[in-house]
Design a protein around this ligand. Structure first.
Ligand SMILES: O=c1ccn([C@@H]2O[C@H](COP(=O)(O)O)[C@@H](O)[C@H]2O)c(=O)[nH]1
Length: 272
């Protein structure tokens, strides 16, 4: 199914704008899993199975797997999500971006090797670097616009002809790159004012919003600035605050409670 279709259906079916980030850090795993065979896969699978009915997407961050030589666990994890929780889209957070010939290999990596439904990209190299991803009309292309980190302002806020660079990024993508309707933008929860400005520029385009939870973003501000008229339009992503909500053998139950609490905090703000 088309990424945008699955996303819309998941928003409705699970009544949720929550995206659970899958960022395995073995040092934070519960004791019984630390050092266990296949611990990365087992940990992430338990989180996925405990939260799948509460989310609109999962977002594995590729560096967390690659640094552990656990790419194989990532492949199996995404296959597991598709097999056991069909209809929940998987966003590969890879922030890729390179010249066209190399970009084609990143397309193969994200969609054919890992089976992701969408991938995060850095738009800095321009249209041709993103074109091979845009051409896969059934897949989501999620471009960095205004990131959640403190240094986001260093370049993204630079004045370019009277308005900040991130607003040009938002406008160019919405106007010129989205002919298949498969684009979305990353706008950090820690910058709600900028998020609202992006929303005003891009209509109904989905916004992936990291920075809730461990980075301290404010749920009320994010939802009021970023929701669309129908109370959707956002994938509000949280990783550490959910993954490591519990330290014991019941870590997956703790992750479920944290996900439910986030969904229940978000939902009252969705319809104003
Ligand atoms: O602007 C951005 C873009 C991506 N991220 C990624 O999201 C998660 C955030 O993790 P938390 O534990 O919820 O803080 C992580 O994978 C980042 O690489 C981001 O934080 N900001």
């Amino acid at each position: 199914m088309h990424f945008m279709q699955s996303l819309r259906q998941a928003w409705t079916r699970n009544d949720s704008l929550v995206c659970v980030g899958l960022d395995p850090e073995p040092a934070k795993f519960p004791a019984h899993l630390r050092g266990a065979p296949d611990a990365v896969f087992e940990f992430c699978r338990a989180i996925v199975d405990a939260t799948a009915d509460l989310v609109c997407a999962f977002k594995p961050q590729i560096a967390h797997f690659a640094a552990l030589r656990a790419e194989d666990a990532l492949e199996r994890l995404i296959a597991h999500i598709h097999a056991s929780h069909p209809g929940i889209p998987v966003i590969l957070d890879a922030k890729r971006g390179d010249i066209g010939s190399t970009a084609q290999h990143y397309v193969t990596e994200a969609y054919d090797r890992y089976g992701a439904d969408a991938v995060t990209l850095n738009p800095y190299l321009g249209r041709d670097s993103v074109q091979p991803f845009l051409d896969r009309a059934d897949k989501g292309v999620i471009l960095l616009c205004h990131t959640s980190n403190p240094g986001a302002a260093d370049l993204q806020d630079l004045d370019v002809g009277g308005k900040p660079l991130y607003q040009h990024v938002a406008q160019i993508i919405a106007r010129d790159w989205n002919s298949h309707g498969n684009c979305a933008l990353v706008t950090g929860a820690t910058w709600p004012e900028q998020l609202g400005e992006v929303r005003a520029l891009v209509g109904e385009m989905p916004l992936l919003v990291p920075g809730i939870g461990a980075q301290g973003g404010d749920v009320a501000a994010v939802v009021s600035q970023g929701r669309t008229a129908d109370g959707t339009g956002l994938l509000i992503s949280s990783s550490r605050a959910i993954l490591y909500a519990g330290q014991g053998e019941d870590f997956a139950d703790a992750a479920r409670r944290a996900t439910q609490a986030l969904r229940d905090t978000i939902n009252p703000y969705r319809l104003g």
